[in-house]
Design a protein around this ligand. Structure first.
Ligand code: PEP
Length: 246
């Protein structure tokens, strides 16, 4: 049985005030859906500390991680550093990092391995552009991204990763993928991942303009195990409403 999970990606947003607001606002959360917030690295400590002070069950994650363990890599933050601040998850391979920072699947796999080595859970993002979808190559493209990363993971990662399907044309655009498009791609991702991980037990999230209005229709799909939420995760009531739709 896969436990549903809703992950908020705050991107380059958020303040200590917002961390405290979420930590206290989620203290009374009694739902069955796992909740995780990924604030900027500078705010992980604050959110994790406030969540603990409020006995709030929200998990905390990083939005990125260094591909290396340690050393002369100015500006990087390692998996063990994120963990020391209180993070248990790490987003890797987000389309913004692939497009804006030139991250390749090989780098995404290195980052996922660094997280796995310290016992953190990578949330591995994949997704096609509108051009690829219009050309009818989305299944092949996303399948290749999944294979390129999973084939490079260290052995014995049974169920230890989370996959997130985030079509680029749906991220931050308001153009959510249809339930048919999502279910079909999630089933495909699970099939492609099967040679590398226990894909039946692995959670596959959908991300791309998820809102309280469309969450229920997406999260009820058989191969959708939760959501990766950008914009709507910056507002506590919207984030909670999305989780309520699971
Ligand atoms: C994201 O950035 O991971 C995302 C899904 O963003 P949004 O929900 O704003 O589309």
């Amino acid at each position: 049985m896969r436990k549903q999970i809703v992950v908020g990606n705050w991107k380059l947003n958020g303040t200590t005030v917002l961390c405290h607001q979420f930590a206290s606002g989620l203290a009374d959360y009694k739902g069955s859906v796992e909740l995780v917030i990924c604030p900027p690295a500078t705010h992980i400590d604050c959110l994790a500390g406030a969540a603990s002070a409020h006995h709030s069950k929200v998990g905390v994650g990083g939005q990125n991680v260094a591909a290396q363990f340690s050393g002369a890599y100015t500006g990087e933050v390692s998996a063990s550093m994120l963990q020391e601040l209180g993070a248990c998850y790490g987003i890797v391979g987000h389309s913004e990092r692939r497009a804006l920072f030139g991250e390749t699947s090989e780098m995404v796999a290195q980052k996922a391995n660094r997280l796995l080595e310290v016992g953190m859970t990578p949330i591995i993002c994949v997704g096609e552009s509108s051009l690829v979808r219009e050309g009818g190559e989305h299944g092949k493209f996303v399948g290749r991204q999944v294979t390129e990363v999973l084939s490079r993971l260290a052995p014995s990662v049974e169920s230890a990763v989370i996959l997130a399907y985030e079509p680029i044309w749906a991220v931050g655009t308001g153009n959510t993928a249809s339930p048919e498009q999502v279910q079909s791609m999630h089933a495909h991702i699970r099939a492609v991942a099967a040679p590398f991980i226990n894909s039946v037990a692995t959670r596959v999230l959908y991300g791309g303009s998820v809102t309280p209005d469309n969450a229920a229709s997406l999260l009820e799909l058989p191969d959708v195990d939760g959501a990766l939420v950008g914009g709507a995760s910056l507002e506590l009531d919207k984030f909670l409403a999305i989780a309520g739709g699971c």
